[in-house]
Design a protein around this ligand. Structure first.
Ligand SMILES: *Cc1c(COP(=O)(O)O)cnc(C)c1O
Length: 396
């Protein structure tokens, strides 16, 4: 049996969607993008959704919109894909890393108070691998200190949070701005791609200008105009657009999202049942106020186990895995890029690549193990993953 780690669910629907865009003669940002944005806004319940080329570019524009300036501090987690901290560095601002809580493996709201200084402008929280962070408590601290909150919701399409007694989708823009990814490893994909949701019309208007070189009107609006119109470039912008081919595929994917999330929830529940009797293995759990989309299923290996050894043993038996979520501060790039750890306030003087202020993040990085989970994974394959994991641990 050869198990696949991750695989997007695409079929004739996506093929036909791409063909439709190609045959229309309009392939860059145009009517398919408009429709995809409306459908995505409907799905999340946000007032506005603006499509961009990736979650990374979405995060960059989010930082710009909330007015992050050089030298500002933005509190975030090291425990994330590097793009989270990078978008703060794009603004020449300083990422201030706080640790995660062991319940959700997301930003620990109790650490915020001690991390805030007069230079703090915003909090960038992450719904890592689809597990919602404790947004209610984070917003509570942020509002008291007049800080903006951006959600890195890159992997969290379809995740839900209990909000005033109702289950709501992540991206309804509970905070100021939420950024999503359509990379192939995420819940739905357009190859690469991203979406920014917000309830603030001014932010949304800015995103639309910035993604298209700072242009005063969109290309399709100019194209459709009955009178000759010249565009203007009103400010510095970028080319951060999604194409109409990608958006057409994204619309087909969005029709599948509920089924994709349902299957992942089913597989996560099965993993939980089948792995719960392996001694020393940490299993992910949802708090009562969160429903994950299970973009990844991350177990925590016992500290006696070596991550690389277990992964190799599993691969030798045909089961590919991935190591746990990155920690930005342990990557070489962050030996160069300035950052701060909330615990000791200066540019971190801890030993290279380790930081005594972030023990939970480092533990998750060193002992986390992502197991295969995707729409095509069969129960038989999943049972094999469980068997091979148990065996690999016991042969230690
Ligand atoms: C995937 C991911 C990103 C980057 O998304 P891209 O669309 O590839 O730019 C950023 N943050 C988190 C938490 C992610 O999982």
């Amino acid at each position: 049996m050869n198990v696949v780690f991750a695989r997007p669910w695409m079929d004739e629907a996506e093929e036909q969607a791409a063909v439709r865009a190609i045959r229309s003669g309009w392939v860059t940002q145009g009517p398919e993008v408009d429709a995809f944005e409306r459908e995505f806004a409907d799905y999340t319940g946000a007032a506005h959704a603006c499509a961009v080329s990736s979650a990374t570019t979405a995060l960059h524009l989010a930082m710009k919109a909330i007015g992050i300036r050089p030298g500002d501090e933005v509190i975030t987690v090291s425990h994330s894909f590097l793009a989270t901290a990078n978008c703060i560095r794009y603004m020449d601002a300083i990422p201030v890393f706080v640790d995660i809580e062991p319940l959700t493996y997301n930003l620990d709201p109790r650490q915020l108070q001690g991390a805030i200084t007069p230079k703090t402008k915003a909090i960038l929280c992450v719904h890592q691998i689809g597990m919602p962070c404790n947004l209610a408590d984070i917003l509570d601290v942020a509002r008291r200190h007049n800080l903006k909150v951006v959600e890195d919701a890159a992997p969290a399409i379809g995740s839900e949070i209990l909000w005033n007694g109702r289950w709501e989708k992540i991206g309804r823009a509970h905070a100021d701005i939420a950024c999503f990814s359509f990379h192939a490893r995420k819940i739905i994909t357009t190859g690469d791609g991203g979406m920014i949701t917000t309830n603030n019309p001014e932010y949304d208007a800015q995103f639309r200008r910035w993604r298209c070189h700072g242009m005063s009107m969109s290309s399709d609006a100019r194209h459709g105009a009955k009178t000759v119109t010249f565009e203007e470039y009103v400010e510095l912008g970028y080319n951060y657009r999604l194409t109409d081919i990608q958006a057409a595929i994204g619309r087909a994917q969005l029709k599948k999202v509920e089924e994709i999330v349902r299957r992942r929830r089913d597989l996560a529940e099965r993993y939980h049942r089948r792995l719960s009797d392996i001694a020393g293995l940490g299993l992910p759990r949802e708090p009562e106020w969160a429903r994950s989309n299970w973009q990844s299923y991350c177990v925590l290996l016992p500290e006696s186990a070596d991550q690389l050894t277990i992964m190799q043993r599993m691969l030798d038996q045909g089961v590919p895995t991935r190591r746990g979520v990155h920690t930005s501060h342990m990557e070489p790039a962050y030996q160069i890029e300035p950052w701060q750890c909330a615990g000791n306030r200066s540019i971190c003087g801890c030993p290279p690549r380790r930081c005594r202020c972030l023990p939970v993040s480092e533990k998750a990085r060193l002992y986390g193990l992502l197991l295969p989970i995707h729409s095509h994974l069969t129960y038989a394959e999943q049972d094999e993953v469980c068997r091979v994991l148990a065996q690999s641990l016991h042969n230690g």
